[in-house]
Design a protein around this ligand. Structure first.
Ligand SMILES: [Zn+2]
Ligand SMILES: [Zn+2]
Length: 162
């Protein structure tokens, strides 16, 4: 980095008073946009974090570009805030479950989320009032003499034998 003079980009001292209302302050608006970029919900699980990570990386990168544009290239902060928000909209914080969000009800054996539209004998719908899907119950009932699973022998799998 050179030790030359700083560009006089930030200050306009031509006798104009700053606007009284903070809401129209473009620097403040840019700060808010940067916060929006960084402040996305944490992932609920390790798997969700794998989805969140590249989203976060993109958002951090665009926030950095916006800040560098203002500080080093003299970009207008208000314009940069709008531009940053447009980039953020391309990388929304979705596609993963957020921490605190309830997990969808799923089969206690195979962990497949219940799908009430899949009512076939080996479907993913919940089997009656059980915590199991129809597929797992079918698999259990069709099992051979040696078959044992958490459904027919919960005690063996550390569950409570009610
Ligand atoms: Zn299942
Ligand atoms: Zn079984």
């Amino acid at each position: 980095m050179s030790a030359g003079q700083n560009g006089a980009a930030a200050r306009d001292s031509r006798g104009r008073l700053a606007p009284a209302t903070a809401s129209t302050d473009p620097l403040r608006d840019l700060a808010k946009a940067v916060l929006e970029a960084l402040d996305i919900p944490h992932a609920a699980t390790f798997g969700d974090d794998k989805v969140r990570e590249p989203i976060m990386t993109e958002r951090v990168m665009h926030a950095r570009i916006a800040l560098e544009g203002v500080l080093e290239r003299g970009d207008d902060p208000g314009w940069s805030a709008d531009f940053l928000r447009a980039r953020l909209a391309e990388h929304p914080a979705d596609g993963y479950r957020h921490v605190g969000e309830a997990a969808p009800p799923s089969c206690g054996r195979c962990r497949t989320p219940f799908d009430s539209t899949d009512q076939s004998f080996d479907g993913a719908a919940r089997s009656g009032a059980t915590p199991w899907c129809r597929s797992c119950v079918d698999n259990c009932h069709e099992g051979s003499a040696e078959h044992v699973c958490v459904i027919c022998d919960p005690a063996r799998y550390g569950g409570d034998a009610r």
